[in-house]
Design a protein around this ligand. Sequence first.
Ligand SMILES: *[C@@H]1O[C@H](CO)[C@@H](O)[C@H](O)[C@H]1NC(C)=O
Ligand SMILES: *[C@@H]1O[C@H](CO)[C@@H](O)[C@H](O)[C@H]1NC(C)=O
Ligand SMILES: *[C@@H]1O[C@H](CO)[C@@H](O)[C@H](O)[C@H]1NC(C)=O
Ligand SMILES: *[C@@H]1O[C@H](CO)[C@@H](O)[C@H](O)[C@H]1NC(C)=O
Ligand SMILES: *[C@@H]1O[C@H](CO)[C@@H](O)[C@H](O)[C@H]1NC(C)=O
Ligand SMILES: *[C@@H]1O[C@H](CO)[C@@H](O)[C@H](O)[C@H]1NC(C)=O
Ligand SMILES: *[C@@H]1O[C@H](CO)[C@@H](O)[C@H](O)[C@H]1NC(C)=O
Length: 771
Amino acid sequence: MAFIMFVLFLLASASLAKAQETRSNITLRSSLSPTSNYSSWLSPSGLYAFGFYPQGQGYAVGIFLAGILPRTVIWTVNRDHPPVSADATVLFTNDGRLILRSSQGQETSITSATGSTYSASMLDSGNFVLYDPKGSVLWQSFDYPTDTLLPTQRLLAGQEIISSISATNHSTGLFRLKMQHDGNLVQYPVNTPDTAPYAYYATSTGGWGDNFSLNFDVDGHLFLLNTTGYVITHVTSGRFPTNSANYIFRIDFDGLMRLYSYDLNQKGNWSVKWSSTDDKCNPKGLCGLNAFCVKNDQEANCLCLPGFDFVEPGNWAAGCERNFTVETCKTGDAGASYNFQAVDYTEWEDDSYSVVSSTDKDGCKQACSEDCNCEAALYNGGICRKQRLPLRYGRILTTDATSALIKVGIAKPINANQNKEEVTRMDILLLSLSLLAFGFVMMAISLVIICKNNMWTYQRICNKIEVSLAKDQAPRLFTYAALELVTDSFKEQIGRGSFGTVYKGVIGEKMVAVKRLDKLLAEGEREFQTEVEVIGRTHHRNLVRLLGYCMEGTNRLLVYEYMSNGSLASILFKSPERRPFWEERMEIARDIARGVLYLHEECETQIIHCDIKPQNILMDENRAKISDFGLAKLLNADQTRTFTGIRGTRGYVAPEWHRNQPVTVKADVYSFGIMLLEIICCRRNMELDFPEREAILEEWVCECFWNGEIGKLTGDEKVDEDELKAAIKVALWCISDDPMLRPSMKRVLLMLEGSAEIPMPPIPSSSICTV
Ligand SMILES: *[C@@H]1O[C@H](CO)[C@@H](O)[C@H](O)[C@H]1NC(C)=O
Ligand SMILES: *[C@@H]1O[C@H](CO)[C@@H](O)[C@H](O)[C@H]1NC(C)=O
Ligand SMILES: *[C@@H]1O[C@H](CO)[C@@H](O)[C@H](O)[C@H]1NC(C)=O
Ligand SMILES: *[C@@H]1O[C@H](CO)[C@@H](O)[C@H](O)[C@H]1NC(C)=O
Ligand SMILES: *[C@@H]1O[C@H](CO)[C@@H](O)[C@H](O)[C@H]1NC(C)=O
Ligand SMILES: *[C@@H]1O[C@H](CO)[C@@H](O)[C@H](O)[C@H]1NC(C)=O
Ligand SMILES: *[C@@H]1O[C@H](CO)[C@@H](O)[C@H](O)[C@H]1NC(C)=O
């Protein structure tokens, strides 16, 4: 730790005392503003304080240790909100609300207290408490921990603490510690389900009883109690000899949990009394995707897989990406342009889609190279597990002998296409480039001058300079004005969906699609931002990329990559001449299945699309991509349930929606099944102009299939009968009435790829067709 100075409040420095008076009883109409750093309400002894502390270029509000320097932040209000500027204030209003008011007058509440608050207090335990007029507790910060626990604070069943981004940035980081209802205290990466494959630390007390709590004594003892107060297990031994020490327990940004102590009687340092492990590579997800952790003198270090480079050098969490272009997957010539590089003695998350047993390392490479979907294989003891990228949770382990075999391109690297002619033209090129660059510099300089001198007239030009896309993967926050500019005041509408209207825009040289959401939950910015972050973390070639977003007042906009070939609906149903051939259609179906599979099983937070239909599948030059995923959560459930068609047909909506049963990923499988039928037959699922028995596609397919007349379904088009039958069987499985019968998306993809058996679909109920 850095240079540390010891200050007890009793010997407090004059500057602290001058900045604010000591208060333990905070009354209505009190306020704080960051006129000095650490402007705050102190606890009676001066050890803890509630108030402003410097964060980034501005200030954050929270609780920090004021009596021990440098000040340690214990708790942060709205940790994922951007820092506020120096003219913000914390107000304890006349009507008992504790709010943070920005310089623009925007108010954010600091607590979730309901009822009439009368006073507040910063206690010496580090707890910040709001009271009602009778003195009962209405709200306390101890109930809403961020990354730190203090002595006497408890973590109750169902609660978790989440690490910060870094020692100085207290936004939500990468790791969490959860006190589970089943009695287990477990550490996971953020955005993972509470299941064993993701855990990297546990007290292993799961199933010992219900609703244990994590307790923290003033002597540094951490332990689990059951609901009747019996000690179940000790996390730290506690009873550390000094009784004048201060303890804090924190899940640190590197994923380790540590108990720190600071001896008040001996001027000194914070020291680590206990940590969850010594292995800094242990926390899963420290290294991001396609990277693995190596210990270097006890410190963790992340390396990329062979053939990969860091997405953002210096930011491990952003992971690694290929440094060569991948050829599209075509069985047959797949092996030609790759070789294998091994990373030995590693451990990875196993997300294999196919396992080859009783083989050796060369056999494993062979199996992977012959399968164009195989991007890497994990080989251990005769077992070869084929994987798709990304690989994650990798680390070097001296005890485990898993070899990661990575397919690495030996074809041309990304920019090695120069030929001789181009080389001889190099000089001319360089010359023109430098002239061009000079021109740009001059233009930029003049624009800056113009902007400075002519604020109003040239504001539009000035704005334009600022509108650019984020270089990293994360979606960028745009102002409404910027998007107005990008879309030329929302001039060209290119689509209208259930979620809003889509406009064409241009950012730099890149075309974008700007979607203005109309039906939104009344919920605030935070929910929106959370959802946008979830969507922004998805990266898959079959998903439309989210490039940015805007939230200003009631405006909510999303900026997506532009898809040049319109929607699947338009190429499937509108013009017979543009209709893709059978093979192309099946590739589209597999592409969509890959995208949905990623949403369901492979991205950090599971996403149920809830609205899969050809209108939401967009096409670029090469492939189909899914759009509008992740939006269902931003809308009222009721609004997403309004797709019921006429005559009681179910459209794309799974039957459980109408039965008010819980909706799972299997609802998407249902919608996919209906859409697959449309892709097979090149017609809409409902065509009222058709003869009555053909009007509803699923009924018509059902009848044809069970009567052995599937040839009728594709009309004039010549389609291999076995392939057609296989595709129809997959679709019929997907639209099973019972969600449990529907296959998982992984299985659907394997069946469509021909790598899994397709059993006979279940006999349909008589309401669909008579067999
Ligand atoms: C805080 O101060 C107010 C007014 O001075 C008083 O009525 C109240 O009892 C005090 N509350 C506490 C918890 O000391
Ligand atoms: C707050 O601290 C920063 C650096 O730590 C310093 O630059 C700034 O002047 C301080 N602000 C006030 C109001 O003291
Ligand atoms: C903290 O980290 C988050 C995520 O990387 C970033 O968006 C935010 O700007 C950072 N805050 C500060 C004050 O640096
Ligand atoms: C545990 O807590 C949950 C939620 O608070 C409650 O529903 C459940 O009944 C509790 N279990 C026991 C055994 O007390
Ligand atoms: C808590 O543990 C004690 C001792 O093992 C046991 O007697 C008691 O029944 C437990 N309480 C609950 C609610 O399970
Ligand atoms: C505080 O820690 C530093 C670095 O770890 C060490 O050099 C120094 O001796 C420590 N001071 C005391 C008083 O323990
Ligand atoms: C890609 O990375 C590997 C190291 O993993 C390196 O040997 C190779 O030269 C790189 N290729 C390109 C085109 O940068």
